[in-house]
Design a protein around this ligand. Structure first.
Ligand code: XMP
Length: 310
């Protein structure tokens, strides 16, 4: 905590020196890195930070609400909330190919963000949640840097990257010290395209809603059980299975629970979840989530499976 305080004090100084009286724009997804950067920048420059949270309609249950609650209500941050759900879901209608879905979601995200940015005046800086492993990975050419380069070329901003020399666990310590809730600081990884790549195949609103509700149950139960699992979620395939409910034939969706432990997401193992926990999740999903008549647990390690299903 003392080290974190020292880091925060230095970072605040550095940001103030870099930005002066200027305005900083930040895409605030609610992930660990962007949340910590937002909290740090609010502390450093207050209302000179303009955060934009784009809800693409593929967020987990309660996630956008938490971003608003923590930053706007809790910290008095200057936060623009854009509910772009209809726009994204409209664009994705009928699109089943995973890579096409990813490209559409990523591209539309940039469009929405750029439109918001164009509405603002006098913004000279762009805040980013770049962390040290991002820099290492892009130097090694392992993957394109997902934090840099996603924005249109004509947006001419100077970058503000206050946590770019920190590792993930250090970012979490700083976030905690800045008063962010544990749910945010310890948030499990969540892909940029969100539930979009977990509602398999062509996304429909009703199946997406079933996925969101089932995902909330999985998270609640695993967290309540105190299980320490790296990533846990579910997917809902675009096919139906036969069941029987209240004495009548049902033909509904399957929720597949996916849990993995990993160090670097390159390989992953499936934890041996406590059987009563699996049974509780199953019972709740079947009782609480409309349109689902089956629950399965995915036993596949990576490799051969990937962590996500598409
Ligand atoms: P896979 O499925 O490749 O996932 O084993 C490895 C890790 O990366 C996450 N993931 C993504 N993250 N955009 C992201 O920001 C994506 O398109 C994406 N696809 C997978 C996945 O959740 C896991 O942690």
């Amino acid at each position: 905590p003392e080290l974190a305080d020292a880091f925060i004090a230095d970072a605040v100084e550095a940001v103030r020196a870099q930005v002066g009286g200027g305005k900083v724009l930040l895409a605030l997804s609610g992930g660990v890195d962007s949340s910590v950067v937002a909290a740090l920048l609010v502390k450093a420059i207050g209302k000179q930070l303009i955060s934009v949270h784009v809800n693409h309609g593929l967020m987990r249950k309660g996630e956008s609400e938490e971003v608003i609650e923590v930053f706007r209500d809790g910290m008095g941050a200057n936060l623009i909330y854009v509910d772009a759900s209809d726009r994204f879901l409209g664009l994705l209608e009928g699109v089943a190919d995973p890579e096409t879905k990813r490209k559409l979601i990523g591209g539309e995200f940039v469009n929405v963000f750029a439109e918001e940015a164009a509405r603002l005046e006098g913004v000279g800086f762009l805040g980013q949640g770049t962390i040290y492993p991002d820099i290492l990975e892009s130097e090694e050419g392992v993957k394109a840097h997902h934090n840099v380069g996603g924005l249109p070329q004509d947006m001419d901003f100077e970058l503000v990257e206050p946590v770019k020399l920190l590792y993930k666990d250090e970012v979490r310590v700083v976030g905690r010290q800045l008063g962010l809730p544990e749910s945010m600081v310890e948030r499990q990884p969540f892909p940029g395209p969100g539930l979009g790549v977990r509602c398999l195949g062509a996304i429909t609103r009703d199946r997406l809603e079933a996925l969101r509700e089932a995902d909330a149950v999985v998270r609640e139960e695993i967290e309540a059980a105190g299980e320490d699992i790296w990533q846990y979620f579910c997917v809902v395939p675009d096919m139906r299975a036969t069941g029987v409910r209240d004495g009548r034939r049902a033909f509904d969706w399957t929720v597949i629970i996916r849990c993995v432990n990993t160090v670097d997401a390159m390989t992953a193992e499936v934890p041996e979840l406590d059987w009563p926990l699996l049974r509780r999740i199953t019972a709740r999903v079947l009782a609480e989530v409309p349109g689902v008549c089956r629950v399965a647990y995915d036993l596949t390690p990576k490799p051969v499976g990937t962590i996500e299903w598409e």
